[in-house]
Every structure is written in structure tokens, then in C-alpha cells.
Write a protein that binds this ligand. Structure first.
Ligand SMILES: Nc1ncnc2c1ncn2[C@@H]1O[C@H](COP(=O)(O)OP(=O)(O)O)[C@@H](O)[C@H]1O
Ligand SMILES: [Mg+2]
Length: 432
């Protein structure tokens, strides 16, 4: 400011001295001309600098103006500093904004921001996928024009967002269950958070089915057992009749025991750590155990062959592998009518994978059942399964054990001719 006053003072002095000299030596006309000329020098200089400034403002490059000397240098310099500072702040805010957007995009949940009239201000790509939205197209549209499910419109209109809303059959193939909740923020705006709860819902449905199935499976033998007990208690039966009733009670109690044992096996498989791949399971020992059990169960009704075509052993948990193998062998025995034959074999295929196969000449299984056989309590023939002491959990256990050993359960069957159940273990599980 002081520098500017000095400059002004200098120009005024120069003008006065020049005007005085001109007036004394050259007359008044020249004095006026020289005064006007000297006074217009700073005006022209300012005009030139303003024009330059305008040009640089128009191209948004104020910070690149070459600095002139004098008073305008200070103006330009101040302006440049201001513009640089503002641009830096804007860049920082933009970066922060981009980080927020990236974080919201990385969220596994759908996020929609609504303004005070429920127009979409922003949404992430997960929300776009859940609701078939397209942010570029749908920005600033009213959300209830785009998501037209009555329960959603009712939820929004109610304006009470303490509870979440469950929306079923949503998403690309109407296959998703979504849990949605609105949270108020800012000036009467709302943040919609949408969580994909499809797996949770499925697990919940499975749990409910499982409990219903177990109760049903337990109720039958308990009802029969109680019936027998009441009969034995209330009637004066002969010893032989009593023995017959006790035998039938025993068989129902066995049925319950098998069911509880299979349920415990499944529970253990679900809670135990994955089997280590360092324990060697000797196939020869397993084959000997399986042969013993099979002959005891069959009691001479079937012809057996047990072949181990390789000396390679398995790496895994011996108890689990024995349980899976014996489930397959006992199924073959229980479903194959008398005089049928059963082949149990162990091979290493040309890809180095280990294959344990049980082939029988039983009734076979129609193809529509094959994909469901490993579901808990799924049976092709309910009464045959129960008559032979089946629980409906055997193949579910086999499948579980297989997946714990990264093995596959392959089922081939032709109705009327027989079935082959194969467990194929990966190369990494074979001990050469
Ligand atoms: N070797 C087989 N031959 C024919 N059907 C079979 C055989 N193995 C299993 N199944 C069918 O698969 C169903 C499921 O088997 P599983 O899970 O072991 O239960 P279950 O306790 O009934 O044996 C059985 O009920 C039976 O219908
Ligand atoms: Mg079974």
C-alpha cells in the first residue's frame, strides 16, 4: 500500500513539474498535452494488464501469467497465490470424495443416498445390480418410481425406519433375498443400506427343514416303542409273546440309536478341523475291515470281491475314510437283493487320482433321483431304507467326508441293472 502511494506521489510530482516547465517555456497547450500524456501512462499500463488478466482468466490459467513489474506484479502474485491455494483445496476435496466413493463401491452391501424427496442422489454398483438401477440414467429420479414393489413403497411412505425390510425374489434372476434399512442423515435425507441375505435365508430354511425331519424321524420309532410298552404293561402276555414285543422294541431303539449316531457323525464333521494330509491311511487294512463287516452284514446272501489294484495308500483321516467307505458298502449290501454280487475296488487312474468304487447288481436308481441322493433324509424308497435300518443320512455323511478330503462322489446307475458309487481322491491325497 505504501509502495502504491509512493508511485502515485511520484506520478503526481512528475506531472506537476512537467506541466510547470512546459507552461513557463512552451505555453499552456503543451503543458495540458504533457499533463494528459503523463497521467494516461498508468491508465494504459493498467488497461494492458487487465486485458492480459482477462485472457488468462478465460483460459483458467491465472497461475501461469508472467509477472509484470510494479504494482501489477503484486496484484498478479496475490491472485496467483489465491488461485493455486483454491485449486489445491479443490483437488484435496476431490481426492477425499473419490476415496469415499471407492470405499462405498467396495462395500459388499448396496448403498443408495436419497434426498429429502426420495430422489436418488447416488448409489453404488451393488445397489444397481440388486435393483436393476443405472445411476447415470436414474440419478435424481424418485426411487419409488424405480423400485415398484408394494412392500418397499409402503416402507418408504411409513417414514418409520426402526425395523429393516426383507425383500424376497429380488435381483437379476429374482433369486436374491435382500434386507434393506433406511437411515436418516443430514437435512431430512436418507441412506438406504441393502444387505444380501440369500445364504442366511437358505441356511435358515435348511435348519428348519432339518429340525422338522429329525423330529419326524424320531417321532415314528418313539410312537411305536410307546405303543409296545403300553401293550406289554396293560396286557397279561405269555412269555413268548412278550419276547416278541421286546425284540420289536429293541429294533425301534436300534433305529433311534443309528439316527442319533449318524446325526452326531454329521455334527462332528461340521465342527472338526479339516483332516490333515500327512496321515497315511492303509488301504489294505481298510479293505480287510470292510470285508469282515460286509460278510457279517450280508450273512452269505451276496457274492463279494474286494480288490486293491494299487499299493498306493490314502492321506487323510482314517476314521472318516472308513466311515465313508463302509457307508457305500453297507448301502450296496442293503439295497442289493439276495444272490446279487458286489465288487469293491481301489485303483489309481491314469491322472494319478485314487478311486474307491463299490459296484452292485442291485435295483439301480432312476436318473431323476441321482442329484438329490446326498441330501439329508432323501431316500428313493422310504420303506426299503427303513426296513434295512437306514437313516437317510449315509450318503450325506459320505459327501461331507469326500469334500473334507477334496474328493468327488460319482454315482452311476441303471435302473434294473445296478449302481456304482465311486469316491475319487485328488493326486495330492495319494501316498505312492
Ligand atoms: N447301492 C444302492 N442301490 C440302490 N439305491 C441306493 C444305493 N445306495 C443308496 N441308495 C438310495 O439312496 C438313498 C440314500 O442313501 P443313504 O443316504 O445311505 O440313506 P439310507 O439310510 O436310506 O441308506 C437310499 O435311501 C436309497 O434309496
Ligand atoms: Mg445308507
Amino acid at each position: 500500500m505504501i509502495a502504491a502511494l509512493y508511485r502515485l506521489f511520484f506520478i503526481v510530482c512528475l506531472t506537476v513539474i512537467t506541466a510547470y516547465i512546459c507552461l513557463n517555456f512552451f505555453g499552456s497547450d503543451l503543458a495540458i498535452f504533457s499533463t494528459v500524456s503523463i497521467l494516461s501512462i498508468p491508465l494504459i499500463y493498467s488497461y494492458i494488464n487487465l486485458a492480459r488478466l482477462k485472457r488468462f482468466i478465460q483460459t483458467d490459467s491465472v497461475e501461469n501469467i508472467p509477472l509484470p513489474s510494479g504494482y501489477w506484479e503484486e496484484v498478479y502474485f496475490g491472485l496467483q497465490r489465491l488461485v493455486k491455494g483454491l485449486k489445491l483445496r479443490i483437488r484435496n476435496i476431490e481426492q477425499q470424495h473419490d476415496h469415499f466413493i471407492e470405499a462405498f463401491q467396495a462395500s459388499p452391501n448396496g448403498i443408495v443416498m436419497l434426498d429429502d424427496c426420495d430422489h436418488i442422489e447416488w448409489c453404488n454398483s451393488i445397489a444397481e445390480r440388486f435393483f436393476g438401477l443405472n445411476f447415470k440414467r436414474d440419478a435424481l429420479q424418485k426411487i419409488n418410481f424405480l423400485i415398484r414393489r408394494p412392500e418397499f413403497i409402503q416402507y418408504l411412505n411409513k417414514r418409520s425406519f426402526d425395523e429393516p425390510l426383507l425383500m424376497e425374489r429380488m435381483g437379476p434372476n429374482s433369486s436374491l433375498s435382500l434386507m434393506l434399512q433406511a437411515f436418516p442423515f443430514g437435512n431430512n435425507r436418507h441412506l438406504l443400506l441393502i444387505q444380501n441375505v440369500t445364504d442366511l435365508q437358505k441356511a435358515d430354511a435348511m435348519r428348519r427343514d432339518f429340525v422338522a425331519n429329525v423330529s419326524h424321524e424320531m417321532r415314528t420309532p418313539i410312537t411305536v416303542l410307546m405303543g409296545f410298552l403300553e401293550t406289554v404293561q396293560s396286557l397279561d402276555l405269555e412269555k413268548s409273546q412278550q419276547d416278541q414285543y421286546f425284540e420289536m422294541m429293541m429294533s425301534q431303539a436300534h433305529r433311534m440309536k443309528s439316527l442319533v449316531e449318524d446325526l452326531l457323525t454329521l455334527a462332528n464333521l461340521e465342527s472338526n478341523a479339516l483332516p490333515a494330509s500327512s496321515n497315511v491311511v492303509k488301504i489294505e487294512t481298510l479293505m480287510a475291515l470292510l470285508k469282515n463287516d460286509a460278510e457279517a452284514l450280508s450273512q452269505g446272501r451276496h457274492a463279494f470281491s474286494f480288490e486293491a489294484n494299487s499299493n498306493s495308500n490314502l492321506l487323510g483321516d482314517e476314521r472318516e475314510i472308513l466311515s465313508a467307505f463302509s457307508n457305500l458298502v453297507s448301502n450296496a449290501i442293503r439295497y442289493t437283493p439276495d444272490i446279487g454280487s458286489i465288487n469293491v475296488s481301489w485303483n489309481i487312474n491314469q491322472d494319478g487320482q485314487g478311486e474307491f468304487s463299490v459296484l452292485d447288481t442291485g435295483p439301480g436308481i432312476a436318473s431323476e433321483h441321482l442329484s438329490r441322493l446326498t441330501e439329508r433324509f432323501y431316500r428313493v424308497d422310504r420303506s426299503r431304507s427303513r426296513d434295512t435300518g437306514g437313516t437317510g443320512l449315509g450318503l450325506a455323511i459320505v459327501k461331507h467326508i469326500a469334500s473334507r478330503h477334496q474328493a468327488q462322489l460319482l454315482i452311476e446307475s441303471t435302473p434294473g441293472r445296478g449302481s456304482t458309487f465311486t469316491l475319487r481322491f485328488p493326486k495330492e491325497r495319494i501316498n505312492p
